[in-house]
Design a protein around this ligand. Structure first.
Ligand code: COA
Length: 214
């Protein structure tokens, strides 16, 4: 996990970016400003208390030795834009420090990859590993010994019980519950509110309750 030693630049100005701007303020980490093509085209100079630096071209003036990045693009079921941007800016040498809201709990020894974003009220218990560019969103819970790949989004209020494996690019919808020991395949989607009780093969989507009476 890299920690933020350089000032940050926020990429994007949607809802996810707004949450990150608040996180950076709560942590007290310096933010040079925000890059966003729409704000730049509209000649907006300030957004969420931050200077608007321009579109992504503004980073030409801020090379990787002067700024690190935080990726304000969220990820719904298929988050390929977020993945692409992360990979492209990493290839240009920029760091994406892991960011942890001060009200989140990340147990000692948890391994967070670069660019992991842990939002307010999230809990990550001992023995977990979270891969690069993944989001553990507001009030989500990742219990002990989970293995989460890269580019995963655990949406607000979702719960992963212990020893769950989530492969790269998967999405766990808001309020979903995944019982212990399951494996969620790469790019699989667990719909909001689902209670998942069996493994999910890659690139499949599960909707609705999986419970039945017996
Ligand atoms: C799983 C999901 C991505 C599917 O989206 P979609 O492909 O656009 O699906 P649609 O909205 O077209 O719905 C298709 C059908 O599935 C149903 N459905 C959609 N999501 C569902 C869910 N989570 N649980 C149960 N049924 C669901 C719809 O009611 C609809 O049923 P119908 O055909 O009988 O009318 C989406 O519904 C979802 O759960 N998103 C997660 C939202 C979230 O967590 N946001 C957090 C952002 S930070």
């Amino acid at each position: 996990m890299s920690t933020a030693t350089r000032p940050l630049v926020l990429l994007g100005a949607g809802g996810h970016a707004r949450v990150l701007a608040a996180l950076a303020r709560a942590v007290g980490h310096p933010v040079l400003g925000v890059c966003d093509p729409t704000l730049a085209a509209d000649a907006v100079s300030r957004w969420e208390g931050l200077d608007v630096l321009g579109d992504d071209g503004a980073l030409d003036r801020l090379p990787p030795n002067r700024a690190a990045l935080m990726l304000g693009i969220g990820q719904l079921a298929t988050g390929t834009l977020r993945e692409r941007l992360y990979a492209a800016w990493r290839a240009r040498g920029y760091d994406f420090p892991a960011l942890i809201h001060p009200t989140a709990w990340v147990a000692p020894g948890v391994v967070l990859g670069d660019g992991v974003q842990v939002m307010a009220g999230a809990v990550i218990q001992p023995g977990c590993e979270i891969g690069a560019n993944s989001i553990v969103n507001t009030r989500a819970g990742v219990d002990h010994d989970c293995r989460i790949g890269r580019d995963v989004h655990v949406a607000p209020g979702a719960t992963l019980c212990g020893t769950v494996t989530v492969e790269d690019g998967a999405f766990i919808g808001a309020g979903a519950t995944v019982i212990q020991g399951l494996r969620i395949g790469a790019r699989a989607v667990v719909g909001a509110g689902v209670t998942l009780v069996r493994d999910l093969t890659p690139a499949t989507t599960v909707l609705g309750a999986a419970n039945r009476l017996r």
